[in-house]
Write a new protein. Sequence first.
Length: 204
Amino acid sequence: MGIALSVLRRFHGGVHPPENKAISAGAAIEVMPLAKRLFVPLHQHFGAPCEAVVQTGEKVLKGQILGQPQGFVSSPVHAPTSGTVVSLEEFPVHHPSGLPMLCAILEPDGEDRWLPGLKGLEDPEKAEPAAIRRLIQDAGIVGLGGATFPSFIKMSPPKGKVAELLLINGVECEPYLTCDARLMEERAGGIVEGIRIMLRALQT
Protein backbone atom coordinates (compact mmCIF):
# COMPACT_ATOMS: atom_id res chain seq x y z
CA MET A 1 0.00 0.00 0.00
CA GLY A 2 1.47 3.32 -1.06
CA ILE A 3 0.67 7.03 -1.01
CA ALA A 4 -1.39 8.39 -3.90
CA LEU A 5 -2.12 12.05 -4.56
CA SER A 6 -5.19 13.28 -6.42
CA VAL A 7 -7.53 16.27 -6.67
CA LEU A 8 -11.31 15.88 -6.48
CA ARG A 9 -13.37 17.21 -9.37
CA ARG A 10 -16.43 19.38 -8.84
CA PHE A 11 -19.95 17.98 -9.09
CA HIS A 12 -23.31 19.61 -9.77
CA GLY A 13 -25.86 20.37 -7.06
CA GLY A 14 -25.47 20.54 -3.31
CA VAL A 15 -25.64 23.42 -0.84
CA HIS A 16 -23.14 26.24 -1.28
CA PRO A 17 -23.18 28.72 1.64
CA PRO A 18 -20.63 31.56 1.64
CA GLU A 19 -17.27 30.11 2.66
CA ASN A 20 -15.79 33.13 4.44
CA LYS A 21 -12.54 31.20 4.88
CA ALA A 22 -10.40 34.25 4.12
CA ILE A 23 -11.03 35.46 7.67
CA SER A 24 -8.73 32.81 9.14
CA ALA A 25 -6.97 31.18 6.16
CA GLY A 26 -3.93 33.43 6.46
CA ALA A 27 -3.69 33.40 10.25
CA ALA A 28 -0.93 31.27 11.78
CA ILE A 29 -1.74 28.65 14.40
CA GLU A 30 -1.45 30.08 17.92
CA VAL A 31 -1.26 28.51 21.36
CA MET A 32 -4.06 29.98 23.44
CA PRO A 33 -3.59 30.70 27.16
CA LEU A 34 -5.36 28.37 29.56
CA ALA A 35 -8.77 29.46 30.81
CA LYS A 36 -9.43 29.68 34.55
CA ARG A 37 -11.76 26.69 34.25
CA LEU A 38 -11.96 23.97 31.61
CA PHE A 39 -15.18 22.08 30.93
CA VAL A 40 -14.20 18.63 29.64
CA PRO A 41 -17.17 16.61 28.28
CA LEU A 42 -16.93 12.89 29.02
CA HIS A 43 -18.77 12.16 25.78
CA GLN A 44 -16.91 13.96 23.01
CA HIS A 45 -16.79 11.11 20.50
CA PHE A 46 -19.08 8.81 18.53
CA GLY A 47 -20.40 5.84 20.50
CA ALA A 48 -20.79 5.15 24.21
CA PRO A 49 -20.02 7.91 26.73
CA CYS A 50 -17.22 7.55 29.25
CA GLU A 51 -17.60 6.87 32.94
CA ALA A 52 -15.83 9.34 35.24
CA VAL A 53 -12.84 7.79 37.01
CA VAL A 54 -11.93 10.94 38.97
CA GLN A 55 -13.67 12.59 41.89
CA THR A 56 -14.41 16.15 42.90
CA GLY A 57 -11.37 17.65 44.60
CA GLU A 58 -8.92 15.24 42.97
CA LYS A 59 -5.69 16.65 41.59
CA VAL A 60 -4.86 15.40 38.10
CA LEU A 61 -1.96 15.64 35.68
CA LYS A 62 -1.97 16.38 31.96
CA GLY A 63 -2.69 13.19 30.03
CA GLN A 64 -4.37 11.48 32.99
CA ILE A 65 -7.60 9.65 32.17
CA LEU A 66 -10.72 11.46 33.36
CA GLY A 67 -13.23 9.13 31.71
CA GLN A 68 -12.99 5.45 30.78
CA PRO A 69 -14.83 4.09 27.71
CA GLN A 70 -17.95 2.06 28.42
CA GLY A 71 -18.11 0.19 25.13
CA PHE A 72 -16.03 -0.91 22.15
CA VAL A 73 -17.09 2.09 20.07
CA SER A 74 -15.88 4.71 22.51
CA SER A 75 -12.74 6.59 23.43
CA PRO A 76 -11.07 7.63 26.71
CA VAL A 77 -11.04 11.29 27.73
CA HIS A 78 -7.88 12.77 29.24
CA ALA A 79 -7.00 15.86 31.27
CA PRO A 80 -5.82 18.64 28.91
CA THR A 81 -3.59 20.11 31.63
CA SER A 82 -2.72 19.64 35.29
CA GLY A 83 -4.99 20.98 37.99
CA THR A 84 -7.92 20.13 40.26
CA VAL A 85 -11.28 18.59 39.36
CA VAL A 86 -13.61 21.08 41.05
CA SER A 87 -16.83 19.29 40.08
CA LEU A 88 -18.52 16.70 37.89
CA GLU A 89 -21.68 18.25 36.46
CA GLU A 90 -23.93 18.17 33.42
CA PHE A 91 -23.60 21.10 31.02
CA PRO A 92 -24.79 21.82 27.45
CA VAL A 93 -21.97 20.85 25.09
CA HIS A 94 -21.10 20.85 21.38
CA HIS A 95 -23.66 18.23 20.34
CA PRO A 96 -26.51 18.44 17.79
CA SER A 97 -29.04 17.42 20.46
CA GLY A 98 -28.25 20.43 22.62
CA LEU A 99 -28.75 18.24 25.67
CA PRO A 100 -26.48 18.60 28.71
CA MET A 101 -23.77 15.98 29.21
CA LEU A 102 -21.54 15.06 32.12
CA CYS A 103 -18.40 17.21 32.23
CA ALA A 104 -15.32 17.22 34.42
CA ILE A 105 -14.72 20.84 35.40
CA LEU A 106 -10.99 21.33 35.76
CA GLU A 107 -9.27 24.27 37.42
CA PRO A 108 -5.73 24.48 35.95
CA ASP A 109 -2.79 24.97 38.30
CA GLY A 110 -0.79 26.76 35.59
CA GLU A 111 2.05 24.23 35.72
CA ASP A 112 0.87 22.05 32.80
CA ARG A 113 2.58 18.98 34.29
CA TRP A 114 2.41 15.72 32.34
CA LEU A 115 1.52 12.36 33.85
CA PRO A 116 4.85 10.49 34.15
CA GLY A 117 5.35 7.18 32.39
CA LEU A 118 3.48 7.97 29.17
CA LYS A 119 5.25 6.28 26.26
CA GLY A 120 5.10 6.75 22.53
CA LEU A 121 6.59 4.77 19.65
CA GLU A 122 10.37 4.79 19.40
CA ASP A 123 10.32 3.37 15.87
CA PRO A 124 6.85 3.17 14.26
CA GLU A 125 8.28 1.35 11.22
CA LYS A 126 9.26 -1.60 13.44
CA ALA A 127 6.29 -1.53 15.83
CA GLU A 128 3.66 -4.25 15.66
CA PRO A 129 0.47 -2.98 13.95
CA ALA A 130 -1.65 -4.17 16.89
CA ALA A 131 0.56 -2.20 19.31
CA ILE A 132 0.08 0.96 17.23
CA ARG A 133 -3.68 0.51 17.18
CA ARG A 134 -3.71 -0.03 20.93
CA LEU A 135 -1.69 3.15 21.49
CA ILE A 136 -4.10 5.10 19.26
CA GLN A 137 -7.00 3.70 21.29
CA ASP A 138 -5.41 4.48 24.67
CA ALA A 139 -4.52 8.01 23.53
CA GLY A 140 -8.19 8.75 22.81
CA ILE A 141 -7.50 9.84 19.23
CA VAL A 142 -10.69 10.49 17.26
CA GLY A 143 -11.55 12.05 13.92
CA LEU A 144 -11.97 15.80 13.49
CA GLY A 145 -15.27 15.39 11.62
CA GLY A 146 -18.71 15.88 13.11
CA ALA A 147 -18.94 12.27 14.31
CA THR A 148 -15.50 12.28 16.02
CA PHE A 149 -15.30 8.54 15.30
CA PRO A 150 -12.65 6.63 17.33
CA SER A 151 -9.59 6.30 15.07
CA PHE A 152 -8.44 2.89 16.30
CA ILE A 153 -11.59 1.33 14.80
CA LYS A 154 -10.79 2.83 11.40
CA MET A 155 -7.32 1.31 11.72
CA SER A 156 -8.74 -2.18 12.43
CA PRO A 157 -9.87 -3.92 9.21
CA PRO A 158 -12.36 -6.79 9.67
CA LYS A 159 -10.87 -10.24 10.13
CA GLY A 160 -9.83 -11.71 6.81
CA LYS A 161 -9.89 -8.31 5.07
CA VAL A 162 -6.90 -6.31 3.88
CA ALA A 163 -6.89 -2.53 3.40
CA GLU A 164 -5.67 -1.92 -0.14
CA LEU A 165 -5.80 1.88 -0.09
CA LEU A 166 -5.43 4.56 2.58
CA LEU A 167 -7.39 7.66 1.57
CA ILE A 168 -6.34 10.94 3.21
CA ASN A 169 -9.15 13.48 2.91
CA GLY A 170 -7.78 17.02 2.99
CA VAL A 171 -11.10 18.67 2.05
CA GLU A 172 -12.49 21.11 4.60
CA CYS A 173 -16.01 21.98 3.46
CA GLU A 174 -17.38 23.85 6.48
CA PRO A 175 -17.74 27.65 6.20
CA TYR A 176 -15.22 29.72 8.16
CA LEU A 177 -13.12 26.73 9.29
CA THR A 178 -9.48 26.53 8.12
CA CYS A 179 -8.03 24.26 10.82
CA ASP A 180 -7.07 21.49 8.39
CA ALA A 181 -5.71 23.95 5.84
CA ARG A 182 -3.42 25.61 8.39
CA LEU A 183 -2.20 22.24 9.67
CA MET A 184 -1.31 21.16 6.13
CA GLU A 185 0.55 24.42 5.52
CA GLU A 186 2.44 24.61 8.81
CA ARG A 187 2.87 20.99 9.87
CA ALA A 188 3.04 18.98 6.67
CA GLY A 189 5.96 16.92 8.00
CA GLY A 190 3.95 15.73 10.97
CA ILE A 191 1.03 14.82 8.72
CA VAL A 192 3.27 12.72 6.46
CA GLU A 193 4.74 10.98 9.53
CA GLY A 194 1.22 10.28 10.77
CA ILE A 195 0.30 8.78 7.40
CA ARG A 196 3.30 6.46 7.59
CA ILE A 197 2.22 5.33 11.07
CA MET A 198 -1.30 4.69 9.78
CA LEU A 199 0.06 2.64 6.89
CA ARG A 200 1.95 0.50 9.38
CA ALA A 201 -1.10 0.17 11.65
CA LEU A 202 -3.20 -1.11 8.75
CA GLN A 203 -0.85 -3.99 8.02
CA THR A 204 -1.98 -7.45 9.08
